[in-house]
Design a protein. Structure first.
Length: 235
């Protein structure tokens, strides 16, 4: 058996390289996520709102203009709190600037397209469940079995409005699900489309919510490449 002599300088160089690699990896993995906290209806900036990264427990407050910056990784979850507002959570899908809208405590939400688009995912899910219950016109009977139909819920103004709101909320949920997977970055990675062509491509070949839900990332990649071939054929 032979003993291999490695000079100390070589060992130090190797260790230094490993350290730099580890530090660089941490720096790239964790970035500053910036955002603005605002009131849901008016859009008014909220000062001194608390933002906590539930993974790292790091906490910051918003400035006078409602802005904040906090260290975060993709897939982190933020807890957002402010005096007089319902607390909310925000899931970090990317590091882009995000606007977070909070609803005042005990303030009913009058739904519109603008308000729905402002909602966080957790608020959106809660409103979907609320409108689903409000718009129900049948219940399973616990005592007699079968389904009990309520004509008043079918034809009432409130029931109809709830079902309309439910459709609006679900449409927004499905839109977000598609947008988070059918991204500009993924399309640019697979195609040479420029900015103007990219917008047209996304409009023409936007996949359905059902396709996104049932497809793996590899299936989506294949879909984008096949769609790009069709896009070129129609030029």
């Amino acid at each position: 058996m032979y003993n291999i002599y490695i000079p100390m300088k070589v060992i130090q160089t190797i260790l230094s390289g490993l350290l730099i690699t580890l530090v660089s990896g941490q720096l790239f993995a964790q970035e500053k996520t910036k955002g603005i906290i605002m009131e849901l209806v008016s859009g008014e900036k909220i000062e001194a709102a608390q933002i906590q990264n539930l993974r790292s427990k790091v906490e910051v407050q918003t400035n006078r203009d409602g802005s904040f910056a906090i260290d975060a990784n993709i897939n982190d979850l933020f807890l957002i709190k402010a005096n007089g507002y319902e607390q909310d959570t925000v899931f970090i899908y990317d590091t882009s600037l995000r606007r977070v809208y909070l609803n005042r405590i005990n303030t009913p939400i009058e739904l519109s397209q603008v308000i729905v688009e402002r909602m966080t995912d957790s608020r959106l899910a809660a409103e979907i469940q609320r409108e689903k219950e409000a718009g129900k016109y049948s219940d399973a009977s616990k005592n007699r079995g079968g389904i009990r139909i309520s004509p008043s819920r079918i034809f009432s103004k409130e029931g109809k409005q709830a079902r309309s709101n439910y459709k609006l909320l679900v449409a927004e949920m499905e839109k977000r699900a598609v947008d988070r997977k059918f991204t500009d970055n993924l399309i640019k990675e697979l195609t040479p489309l420029n900015t103007s062509e990219l917008a047209l491509f996304k409009e023409r070949f936007r996949p359905s919510y059902q396709f996104i839900q049932n497809s793996s990332i590899e299936t989506l990649r294949v879909y984008i490449m096949d769609s790009y071939k069709k896009f070129n054929e129609k030029k």
